[in-house]
Every structure is written in C-alpha cells, then in structure tokens.
Design a protein around this ligand. Sequence first.
Ligand code: F3S
Length: 666
Amino acid sequence: MIIRTAENAGFCFGVRRAVESALSEASSRRGEPIYTLGELIHNSGVVSQLRQEGVMTAGDLSEIPDGATVIIRSHGVGEDVYDEIRARGLRLVDATCPNVKSIQNKVEKHHGLGYTIIIVGDRTHPEVIGINGWCENSALIVSDPEQASALELGGPVCVVAQTTSIKEKFDAVCRVIRKKAPDAVVFNTICRATQLRQAETEALSKESDVMIVLGGANSSNTAKLAEISAAHCPRVIHIESPDSLSGYSFCGDERVGITAGASTPQEKIMEVVHIMENTMENWDQSLDDFKRLRVGDIVKGTVVAVNEESVYLDIEDYKSDGIIKKSDFVMDLYTDLPSTVAIGDEVEAMITDMNDGTGNVVLSKIKVDELAALNVTKEKFEAKETVKGKIVKVVKGGMIVDTGFVKAFMPANQYALRYVEDINALLGKEVEGRIIEFDRDKNKIIFSRRVILQEELNAKREEQARRKQAALDAIEEGMVIEAPVKNITNFGVFLDLNGVDGFIHISDLSWKRVAKTEDFCKPGDVLQAKIVEIDQEKGKVRCTVKGLTEEPWVVFTKTYKVGDTIEGTVKSITKFGAFVEIIPMVEGLVHISNLSYDKVESVESVVSVGETVKAKIIEINTEKRKVGLSIKELTEAPKKKIAKNRLYYKEDSTTTLEDAFKKYQN
Ligand code: F3S
C-alpha cells in the first residue's frame, strides 16, 4: 500500500486564524461568557474542544446573554448582525476571514452603485448568507449553469463566488451570465487556498485507487473535495473523524490518497495516516516483511529489465518495482545502458519519489554513488589521509581535482609552496594531497597538495635540526677531528661535521700565510682540525688547523738560544744576505758580512739557495721575532789584519738586523 497525503490538506489560513482567536479569548477571559455565532468550524472535535475551554456555540444572537463576547467565525455575517451586536452592546471579536471580508466589501460597493449582485455558491451556506447581508439580501444566488440560465437580468451585473466554489463550475456559470449580460463585472473570489487544495486533490485522486477525504459532513469545501475525488478515483471515502475508518476495509496493495477540508486540524490528518499505516501492517501477515519506505531511503534491488532509457529493479522486500532513469544511473549520458548493466545485477539506489504515476518507485543510483563518495571523502578528511588525484579542469582561482571518488577544488595557492605562474600548464597532472576542508551542506570540498609539501619540508627541517643537535652533542671544544671539506670561500673553509658546519677562517688554516683558500685545500679533502668554539644557540662551530701545532717561533725559542749552532737550508738570497730556514717557518738571516771573514763580492758567491749550511745564532730579537745568524763565526778568524775592503756591514755599522730584514721583506 502506498499512502500519500495532499500537501495543502487541512486548516487554511482563515480557519486557523478563527480558531486561534477563539482560544486566545478563552484564555484571556476565562470564566466570562464567550460565544461563537454558529459553529466556529465544521469540525465537531474542535468545536467540542472549544466548549471545554469555555467557548460556547450560539445558533443566533438571541441565545447570547448581554455582556458576553461574541466571535464571528471565518464565514462572516451580514451587516444587520453587526448592527444588532452593536445595539446590544455585546463585545465583538471579528474572525471573518479577510478573503470573505473582501467579497463583502465588493458586494456592498457594487450594490451601492446599482449593480445586481449574483453570488455563485450554495444559498444555504453561512458564508453566502453573510455576503448577501451586504446588499440588503438582494443577491441572485446560483449554484450551477442551469440556474444561471434561468436568470432574468437587466442593468449592470456584479458576479462573485463563494470562496470554496469549484473553479470549473464558477467559470461555466460566468459564461452563461456573460451571454445575458456581456458587461458583467466578474470577480473570481474563490480562495487560493481552496483552489490549491482542490488542484492537489484532483492530481492525487488521479494517482490513487482510494481517496480518503477528511472533514465535516456539512463542510462545503470538504464536500467539494469529495466531489473532485470521485471524478477521478474509483473509491472515495468521506469521513468526519479518523475513528470512522474502522468501518472500511482495504486489500493492501492500493495506492491511498488522503486529503482534508479547511476545518480539519493537522493532528487529525496525521491520525488517519497513522491508522492507515497500522492497517497496512496488520491486514496481511505476508506483508509484514515489506519495508516501510520513504523518499530518501536507500534500497537494494535486482535488475529485472533494462533498455536505452531506464533500468527496472525488483526492490528487495518491497512489492512495487523501481525505475531508474538513465540520467539517474550514469553521469555520462552517452553510455549505452544495456551494455553497462545486466538483468540479475544487484543495484543500490535512493528513492526520489514513491510513485512515478504508474506505480513504480522512482530511484536514483547516482545519488547513492554521490552519498558513498561523500562518506568516503568525510572519512579521508577526518583521518587526514593522503589522497591521489588528477587535475582535470582549471577554473577561476584554482583547479578541479578528480580523486576517483569525488571532484574537489584545489585553490591555486594550494598546489605548491611557491606561487605558480601558469596553472593551465598543470592540467592533466597527477597530484598527491589531502582534503583540507569538507562541508557537506555547502558541498565544499577543498584539496591541497601544498599541505603535504609543507609537512615534508617541516619534517626535513626537523630531521636536519635533530641531526645538527646530535652532531653538536658529539663534539666539544678542544677536540681534534677529521672531517671532509664541504665547501670553500674567500674567507675560509667549511667542514662537514656530520650535519653541522665547522668553519675555519683563512687565518686559522696554517702558521704560514695563506693567500687563497683553494691553495690550501679543495672540497672533498679530509682535514684534521681542532674545535675552538661551539655556539650551541646559533649552532656554529669554529675550528682551526693552525692550532693543531705549536707556533714555530715558540718551538724555536724553546729549542735554541744565542750562541747555538744550527743547520738549515738556504731558502732565499738577497744582495745583503741569505735567509736560512732553522726549523719550518722560522728563518734566520746571515748578513753578507757574516758569511765569511774573506771579502765577499756577492752572497751567491758563498751560498746558494737549497744549500744546507751551518750557522751560529748571533741574535734573537724576541719582540720582532728576528734571528741573526753567522756562518763566519763558525770558522776561525784570520790573524792578518783585515785590508781596507769595502764592507757591506760591520759591527759598528748603522745598519741593524731589523733594517736588513725589512729590506729582505721589501
Ligand atoms: Fe478564508 Fe479561504 Fe479559508 S476564504 S476561511 S482562507 S478557505
């Protein structure tokens, strides 16, 4: 059994307003006499409830005691009733529906202008009686075209309709009137709520095997709903209250439509739905297994037929078949359905409509796929899982990434750590990233490759920092290490100390003067060095190669003194003497005058570069780090008087050892 309820069934605006007014009066004037003029609505249950609240029903004004409050119901009343209420000093609460009041105003105005008023409706209905009361009860009242054709008309004519009239009937009556009075002023005053309810009832009754019409037996609008239903549906059940349903039986596989008149509260309609659902569950045990399905449910089914346009499913545990239109089955409409799905295949789909008009449940497989994709997306988003995808489209501000289960938007700045000039060039590229934003309601799925790159970079930096700290922890000041040269600069050399750089300034490379670092070493060379200073905070290490050995001058002074004989190599010769290396990087000068007791024409005539000579230390200038040597003094001095040779140097000469070194250095 399929149960469907008309959307606009039940209380209309005017009736709800009247009921609310009455309940409000009952609550604010508890204990005072309150009356409605006639039953407030055509619903005995509501009338009885109002009575319990202290709102009584009076057939006419004579039944209402003086001083009481009188509520005029939504149907409205004639002008004379207002006059009487005023005359008696009754307290008035006017709950006339604004739609009805509008008709009364039209009638009053046109009657005043001399028009003949024609009301299309039921002459016994309170609304029609009330409207007639605004033209001194002079209106001609007709309910169908036959009655209209019997009218004798002369002069101007104004036509209005009872608010609950059937539109077709009203139009038919108007056609007749226009033949008699072509200039007739016609107001279609059928209430829109009524029209809507009637149109829905008609549509529903066309798709139903049984129509249940709920509403008062004397309710004009309910009667019209029953009338409309009967024109399109083979079985119409008009009941006043849900209890009355017990007198009817159902075979179980009907399509049941439910509608209700304007005076029927929503609770009563729900009660009917509830009873029908229970009936459905009870009437046949074999149907117990059938699922109660609703729009939005996901069902499983087996394909029982397929053609170019649709796939038909036998829905599991359900009596009706399901239909999936091609556009609800595949995204690509060029897909050949029969070669995509076969009879016997199992398919999961979502119900989008309980009835396609021929009894099939309308289904969508795409919605299930979308839902599954969103669930997968949500899981991956929450788990911060890495997702692979392909850039399939470039759009304003970014790219669309197809992850295989969902298409996500990747803003241009989420592609890389740096700005990408031309994102069009990325089209078709495979990417790895993560869903960084997921909002199902806003259909917002943001993909980011950058987040992965950033994490990798951070991890790399952390590893570097960890290694650097480990390297720093492994060394201490004064330690001698061996490490490869990482790179060289004009001002020094960097050693690789297992993740931390050890810097050696050019001046710390050697006790000798180093003009260019590349003269000393090249990248890849392994140097032995001593750690001089470690700056833990800045992660800097300063090293020295020079510091590995004692300063040559200190070694010299510790080893030699004036008067000692040394053996050294002549390293260079100048016109005033020869420089002899005493120990590495300490040289002494043998002045030309100290080469020999003989006349020396030139230094080269006595010694030559590379020659090993013995000499006596004759002076050590500690302050200026100069050494004076003499070869001559290691030989015996001649006895003869030294001829008047021209001397380059003599003891009483004004040229000092320092002057000689200066000349040498220059
Ligand atoms: Fe008013 Fe229309 Fe209801 S006329 S009372 S809103 S049916």
